[in-house]
Ligand binder design. Structure first.
Ligand SMILES: O=C(O)CCC(=O)C(=O)O
Ligand SMILES: [Fe+2]
Length: 364
């Protein structure tokens, strides 16, 4: 059994250069117009420079998993899907999910309502102003402006949608659509975790039980990235990984997500009506490093508003999570065990970068 850990409170000393007046980058961008230079506080430290090689040729190699094969009662079809999901997790940490059963018109409604939410006047969203990681509904801009050295060109809505469903009551109809979508995504995530457990040679319920997935934490994030007059100077979100187990993402047809693969950035160009699945930190933890979280970021454009709806499915907040006991019968733990709540809080209050909480719980 791995030892239990706590994450020391973050010590990130440099004073942030907060552009305090910006409560919504969407409103700011609209007020300034298409051609005015962006504030220097949005100039990304890493920028999009030479180390940020984009491997165009790899975009078409991102694995595709047919969900209907994973749920097939035909043993050979199921076994092949399990093999492919294991390969996708081991080689990429990201895959596109087709035939997932979420109706196209539900996703269309979700995108429409997501846009309407961000279109509400700042005054109308004030009640949701981000007051910390455990507030059930949070609206804000950038990632965590209080601790950042640079800010990010995005506005967000974050809501905890499981085990309790929390969501804004405006615009009308958004909450209902979000409820239906979040339930469906949880069902998909559960099935995917079963397949992933099997791909590790374990019982299908192994990850679900060890993370108490049936009372797990689900974070529903609606990102909006307005067109940016200088898209190469800023980022929508910098390189990071997500805290949970599996993140399922959909977008409004405008690209911007990139994943890091063998030190190169690869554009994610989703197939029609597919979901993008990203492996998050806790999948690396439970699999004891067999499957690694994927670093990803959101880049910007100067043409159209991008919306992404991102559902991060984690373990239960109160669950102490470490490498799966079955795996430790034959190998040493690579990570300490930590309560998911502590890990989540650490990430949400930190600067977003490649290091993440994993480095805090890694065992040598
Ligand atoms: O907008 C995207 O494509 C990425 C968003 C993301 O990584 C996140 O919300 O954690
Ligand atoms: Fe992310």
């Amino acid at each position: 059994m791995a030892s239990s850990a706590s994450i020391p409170s973050s010590s990130q000393p440099e004073p942030p250069k907060v552009h305090a007046s910006i409560l919504s980058i969407k409103d700011f961008a609209e007020s300034k117009g298409d051609s005015s230079p962006i504030p220097s506080t949005y100039h990304s430290i890493s920028g999009l420079h030479e180390e940020d090689d984009v491997a165009e040729e790899l975009a078409a190699s991102i694995p595709v998993i047919d969900f209907s094969h994973l749920t097939s009662h035909h043993p050979q079809i199921h076994a092949k899907a399990v093999h492919l999901i294991g390969k996708a997790c081991a080689e990429w940490g990201v895959f596109m999910l087709t035939n997932h059963g979420i109706p196209e018109n539900l996703v269309e409604k979700l995108m429409k309502k997501s846009g309407e939410f961000h279109d509400l006047a700042v005054e109308e969203k004030k009640e949701f102003g981000d007051k910390g990681p455990f507030e059930p509904i949070r609206h804000g801009t950038s990632f965590c402006p209080e601790v950042e050295k640079v800010h990010y060109w995005r506005d967000y809505l974050k809501a905890t949608t499981f085990p309790q469903f929390n969501f804004p009551h405006k615009p009308p109809g958004f909450r209902e659509v979000a409820y239906e979508y979040s339930e469906k995504i949880r069902g998909l995530a559960r099935k995917l975790l079963e397949g992933i457990s099997e791909s590790l040679g374990l019982a299908s319920n192994s990850i679900i039980e060890s993370t108490e997935f049936d009372s797990s934490h689900q974070l529903f994030v609606v990102n909006l990235y307005p067109p940016c007059p200088q898209p190469h100077l800023a980022l929508g979100m910098p390189s990071h990984s997500d805290t949970g187990l599996l993140t399922l993402l959909t977008q409004n047809g405008i690209g911007g997500l990139q994943v890091k693969h063998h030190a190169k950035w690869v554009n994610v160009n989703p197939l029609p009506n597919c979901l993008t699945v990203l492996l998050a930190d806790h999948l690396q933890v439970v699999s004891n490093g067999r499957y690694e979280r994927v670093l990803h970021r959101a880049i910007l454009n100067n043409v159209g508003t991008r919306i992404s709806v991102v559902l991060a499915n984690g373990p239960a907040l109160d669950k102490e999570v470490g490498p799966l006991a079955e795996l430790l019968e034959n190998e040493k733990p690579l990570f300490k065990t930590i309560k998911y709540k502590d890990y989540f809080q650490f990430q949400q209050k930190s600067r977003l970068d490649d290091k993440s909480g994993l480095d805090q719980i890694r065992l040598n």
